[in-house]
Design a protein around this ligand. Structure first.
Ligand code: BTN
Length: 242
């Protein structure tokens, strides 16, 4: 279960960094959620920055311990979090989709992003710091094409209540799909994936091409069917152009 302990900070460099520091000091309990009203150095995937206006959105990290998972299946954690986010937005009647690997989009606009930092021990995945940035009440964005819950629903939301709803969705999905029925995890992930069995435009380092997603491998590779062949792509090797 996550959320029994919630640490609420006004400002911090990054909630993921703060979680890592507590972990290093032996002070991070399984299931702890650390949220901040403002991050001065919020981090995104692939070395990018995550900007979020003070007090308008949710920026938080969740610590999940005692995972004891094979390293080869660590992408399952990404799958679970992406599904939790889709389920979370469904609570507000907003249909969100997963853009592989785990960006969350509404239409052509990004509404949430995830940065997971894993801790390994004895050749296994021991724990993960799951950083989530969700756009809630911000409606003006200038650096990239984005949306928020408020931009979609035209009303403002109680940010703390949103966090509690996320925690509820997380505990439900994690128990259902990691503990009870791991076999269904990839099916549910694919069902919510942008471009699954529908043709879209991609770019690799050489060219742009049309393809449809046919699967995502156990290690998280994107499997695309182009007009000529089936191709496997690792993170960073391909981009969906939408
Ligand atoms: C991305 O889409 O590139 C991932 C964004 C992840 C942002 C969250 S906000 C809370 C946590 N702390 C960070 O520094 N990053 C993550």
């Amino acid at each position: 279960m996550i959320g029994a302990r919630i640490i609420h900070l006004q400002a911090i460099d990054s909630t993921n960094n703060y979680a890592a520091k507590l972990l290093n000091d032996g002070e991070l309990v399984n299931g702890t959620v650390i949220m901040a009203d403002f991050q001065t150095e919020g981090r995104g995937q692939r070395g990018t920055q995550w900007h979020s206006v003070n007090n308008q959105n949710l920026t938080f990290s969740v610590f999940v311990d005692e995972l004891n998972m094979e390293i080869a299946s660590q992408f399952d954690l990404s799958r679970v979090v992406a599904i939790v986010l889709v389920d979370f937005f469904k609570l507000y009647d907003v249909e969100a989709k997963i853009k592989w690997p785990n960006d969350i989009y509404v239409g052509k606009r990004k509404i949430a992003g995830v940065l997971i930092e894993n801790q390994l021990k004895n050749g296994r995945l021991k724990s993960g710091i799951i950083g989530v940035g969700m756009n809630i009440n911000q409606t003006k964005f200038n650096d990239f094409v984005a949306t928020s819950l408020s931009a979609e629903k035209k009303i403002d939301f109680d940010i703390k209540k949103c966090l509690y709803n996320f925690i509820g969705a997380f505990n439900h999905v994690f128990y259902q799909l990691m503990i009870l029925d791991r076999k269904s995890l990839n099916e549910k992930y694919k069902k919510n994936l942008l471009g699954y069995h529908s043709e879209m435009k991609y770019a690799d380092e050489d060219r742009e091409f049309f393809a449809e997603i046919v699967d995502v491998s156990p290690e998280g590779k994107l499997i695309l069917k182009t007009q000529e062949e089936i191709r496997y792509f690792d993170l960073k090797e391909v981009k969906l152009i939408n």
